[in-house]
Design a protein around this ligand. Structure first.
Ligand code: NG6
Ligand code: CA
Length: 511
């Protein structure tokens, strides 16, 4: 071969390799992730004091998992794991992200979104982000907010950048704060910007919803938040309008991208505090604003499924419904969640909730629906949001590099309800960030490993209770993890303790 032909050959080979790989199967994918929604918070999971007809319909037309999990009992680590397919305890800085957090996922990291881009998908994230924005110095709120979602596989983003209780209350569309007036720059910090800056402490009597712990810094929309900010007034949203905005943006984006396969990560802020549902949902449940936020979330799901029906996409779209962590009642505002809860069981039969490695922290609603493809029913297979990356890669025929998505298992068969297909055989659960407490679910067994001296959240409250380092439970007879049987089953405990250490120390768990 002469040198010219060799160069041509190399060029053609390079071009062929750069082409998106041919998809084995390429349904649209919509992942709907709720915020702080517990196992028992939906009527299709046993709730009786709140009704969720739209999510119930999704469940009755698809598969309702009884062992569906997120990987952590707080938001940032679960979202990190869902996107990257890596356990968050492997990486520093994956605990609850502060308002000025830089981007936690570095450009070049394989994610669910970048995998699907390789398969030729259009990709978008709409809603809560909470994974940081910008380089090592954090977000440049008045400039380009990158790296961010677009640098890790999303073609479009429309975000609540942090959480609704963390400043600032603005939308981020692609790389910019939406509607920001350069004459009124946005400043975000963790210290009071001026002595007379009004806060939830100094102006408590003006608040439309009082705080109970934390959440007493800058006031916006009559609610004091975590952190301080000034400026950006034209860009600020009303909490009441968030759900409508996520739906509006999603419907527009689906309509514009319906010709190609698409992946939409619909990341609801409901039911995270401050729970301020739209006026039309306020009072719609007997559970106060917490229940009304569930009703609002259910409405969002209804609007999304209606859109898929209207566009004739339901039979060509895999919908995954899940949550980012278990439930909490008082998470820092006096919104009546405790007083109005009555007999409602936010975590269903499980104990603990948000912040906890008990089952209530990570065992959450998990529903898959693909009309005409997934047989309707219930599944006891163990699946986790961390498995989306490897499962979607398998479905679309994208080969994962060895170093990518190292804890994500291909459980596609279980997600699609294929007869005899298995889910995971074990899952590591964590509470928040690195160096946290762990759970190991394996079959009927549950091992808890408490590395910090205290475990948070007994009975859904933020209390600290000293516990033994290891505890063992038989979930088949004791789903509430009340009866520590470690002394009765020393061999099981030894095996699980070793298995958990191995997953942690091996640095990966995907074969
Ligand atoms: C905690 C907040 C809580 C919530 C949580 C993150 C206080 C006292 N508590 O620090 O209200 O914001 O962080 O929630 O400030 S998550 O669902 O995004 O992980
Ligand atoms: Ca959350």
């Amino acid at each position: 071969m002469n040198s010219c032909r060799l160069i041509c050959f190399l060029l053609i080979t390079a071009l062929l390799n750069a082409r998106p790989s041919l998809a084995k199967e390429a349904p649209n994918i919509v992942v709907i992730m709720a915020d702080d929604l517990g196992y028992g918070d939906l009527s299709c999971y046993g709730a009786t004091r709140v009704k969720t007809p739209n999510i119930d319909r999704l469940a009755s037309e698809g598969l309702r998992f009884t062992s569906g999990y997120c990987s952590a009992s707080t938001c940032t680590p679960t979202r990190y794991s869902f996107l990257t397919g890596n356990y968050a305890f492997r990486k520093d800085g994956t605990g609850i992200a502060p308002p000025n957090s830089p981007s936690i996922i570095q450009p070049g990291t394989e994610t669910v979104a970048s995998v699907l881009q390789k398969a030729g998908y259009q990709t978008a994230v709409i809603g809560k982000w909470h994974l940081g924005l910008g380089g090592p110095n954090g977000p440049d709120w008045n400039g380009d907010l990158k790296p961010g979602p677009r640098e890790i596989g999303f073609g479009f983003n429309f975000l609540l950048p942090t959480t609704n209780d963390r400043v600032p209350q603005v939308y981020v569309r692609n790389h910019r704060v939406l509607n920001l007036d350069p004459k009124d720059p946005l400043w975000v910090g963790n210290k009071k910007p001026a002595k007379d800056h009004p806060t939830g402490l100094t102006h408590r009597d003006t608040l439309k919803m009082d705080w109970s712990h934390g959440h007493n810094s800058t006031i916006h929309n009559g609610i004091s938040r975590i952190g301080f900010y000034t400026g950006g007034h034209a860009a600020r949203f009303r909490d009441e309008d968030l759900a409508d905005e996520w739906v509006k943006q999603s419907v527009q984006w689906i309509e514009a991208n319906k010709e190609k396969p698409f992946f939409l990560f619909f990341s609801s802020h409901d039911l995270h505090v401050p729970r301020i549902p739209h006026e039309r949902f306020q009072g719609q449940s007997p559970l106060g604003f917490r229940g009304d936020s569930i009703v609002q979330l259910d409405w969002c799901v209804g609007e999304l499924t209606k859109t898929l029906d209207r566009l004739g996409l339901a039979e060509n779209t895999l919908v995954v419904f899940c949550s980012d962590n278990g439930p909490v009642l008082d998470d820092g505002y006096k919104d009546g969640a405790i007083e109005k809860n009555g007999g409602h069981k936010p975590a269903g039969p499980y104990s603990g909730g948000k912040y906890s490695v008990l089952e209530g922290g990570t065992r959450t609603p998990f529903i898959t629906r693909w009309k005409g493809r997934i047989p309707a029913g219930e599944s006891d297979e163990l699946v986790c949001t961390i498995d989306c990356a490897a499962s979607f890669a398998a479905m679309t025929g994208v080969k994962l590099a060895d170093e990518a998505c190292i804890d994500s298992f291909d459980v596609l068969g279980a997600m699609l309800g294929i007869e005899g297909a298995k889910g995971r055989d074990h899952l590591v659960q964590q509470d928040n960030g690195r160096g946290s407490n762990y759970g190991l679910r394996a079959g009927k067994w549950k091992l808890q490993r408490h590395d910090s001296k205290t475990a948070r959240n007994v009975e859904l409250r933020l209390v600290n209770t000293p516990v033994a380092r290891y505890r063992l439970f038989d979930l088949s007879s004791d789903p509430a993890e009340k009866d520590n049987v470690i002394a009765d089953h020393p061999e099981v405990a030894a095996r699980l303790i070793a298995q958990l250490s191995k997953v942690i120390e091996d640095g990966r768990s995907r074969n």
